[in-house]
Design a protein. Structure first.
Length: 390
């Protein structure tokens, strides 16, 4: 994907998009492996906070990378249920997405969390019918008569944030290499520049070993495995495979985000994207498999299918033809999601590893706290003590 470099200044970084562009290692202070939302944001903040550090951003595909979780992230900002100590940080992220990355499709939407029992802060679901006329077409209100509201919630496109971060980082002097597979080595990375043959095979065109005092591992769910496999460093992190089925029920700019029993219904492209809850980690070597519905094979993995079947009484629309079941696992979009370990609430985090490497992890709260975590790592490397949300 071309990045539109015509607007760049003379100090802009170099982009290597294909193997026809010869590469000679100029020497780097920081190498960021992974140009998803977290990696691209960290590269940008490094250029802003420590412009003297020569920075290279690597990605195995394009921007945003369809192989990663960024493009399938829910893109939902909400402060609901966040501890008070995290609220200011989350609001800073909201402002970044809404104002700094103007092409991210930021759209304010109320979030409704539906409950079977009354609790602090809930209102009668039926009282919201006039405000949200389509609510009764989705929800069995007698079964979910109570709702909590987050009027500050919003939706946006995480993939657009990743692209905007990379573009701004390059304009401010970071280098970018696409179609480059990174393998961690002590003190740097081994980079395989990939190309496609006339029979559509992806092969390694050339290999470079790049040294750098600092390496940021922003490979999403593959990051902890890379640290363990390539560097021999044990981590406590896990991963899970999450699918995002489609629900073909009409939505518009006024439709709220709905959440019931951990399942999120996110208005998107005139319908809804379903974001199931994460119940547990998936074991190493697990290969996602589809499930069965009334004896018919479907593209939804068994765990996701069980969640949807369990909610069909409360959300009757899930039992109709509006739910896209797919014919195989590849018909229903899905991606691996990292589950940061040792982190309260599973919040994003960065972890220092031996030899100058750093793991940068997103996870279930990446939409809300991912950018601030990337900033925090960049600030730590730059020696900056203050944070803009404090």
């Amino acid at each position: 994907m071309m990045l539109g470099m015509s607007e760049t200044a003379s100090k802009a970084g170099q982009v290597w998009a294909h193997v026809g562009q010869a590469f000679v290692d100029p020497g780097y202070d920081v190498i960021v492996a992974g140009a998803g939302r977290m990696g691209a944001a960290c590269a940008l903040y490094l250029r802003q906070l420590a412009p003297d550090l020569r920075t290279l951003l690597l990605d195995e595909g394009g921007l945003p990378n369809e192989d990663g979780a960024t493009i399938l992230a829910p893109g939902i900002w909400t402060g609901m249920d966040l501890p008070a100590a995290w609220q200011a940080e989350a609001l800073w992220v909201r402002t970044q997405v809404a104002t700094v990355f103007g092409d991210a499709g930021f759209d304010e939407r109320t979030l409704l969390e539906l409950h079977a029992q009354e609790m602090d802060g809930t209102v009668q679901t039926s009282s919201l019918q006039a405000r949200f006329p389509t609510l009764s077409t989705l929800v069995q209100m007698e079964g979910l008569p109570f709702a909590r509201l987050d009027p500050q919630a919003a939706t946006y496109r995480p993939g657009a944030v990743a692209l905007a971060c990379a573009q701004q980082a390059i304009r401010q002097g970071a280098d970018l290499m696409l179609n480059a597979r990174a393998t961690l080595v002590p003190g740097g990375v081994q980079v395989e520049r990939l190309t496609v043959t006339n029979t559509h095979q992806i092969i390694t065109h050339e290999t470079h070993v790049l040294s750098a005092p600092r390496v940021i591992i922003a490979l999403g769910a593959g990051g902890p495995y890379a640290a363990e496999h390539d560097l021999g460093v044990h981590t406590a992190h896990a991963r899970a495979y999450r699918q995002v089925p489609r629900l073909n029920v009409s939505s518009d700019s006024a439709s709220p985000v709905l959440r019931a029993s951990g399942l999120t219904l996110r208005p998107q492209a005139g319908g809804y994207t379903l974001v199931p809850p994460i119940h547990h980690r998936d074991p190493h070597g697990y290969v996602p498999q589809g499930g069965h519905l009334t004896g018919v094979p479907t593209g939804l993995r068994r765990e996701t299918l069980e969640d949807l079947v369990a909610l069909m009484d409360l959300l009757p629309v899930l039992g109709t033809g509006a739910l896209e079941l797919g014919r195989s696992i590849s018909d229903v979009p899905g991606a691996w999601l990292v589950l940061p370990g040792g982190s309260p609430g599973g919040r994003p985090q960065h972890q220092a590893l031996p030899g100058g490497a750093h793991l940068l992890l997103g996870g279930p709260l990446a939409d809300v706290l991912g950018l601030s975590t990337a900033y925090d790592l960049a600030a730590s490397m730059a020696g900056v003590q203050t944070r803009p949300w404090n």
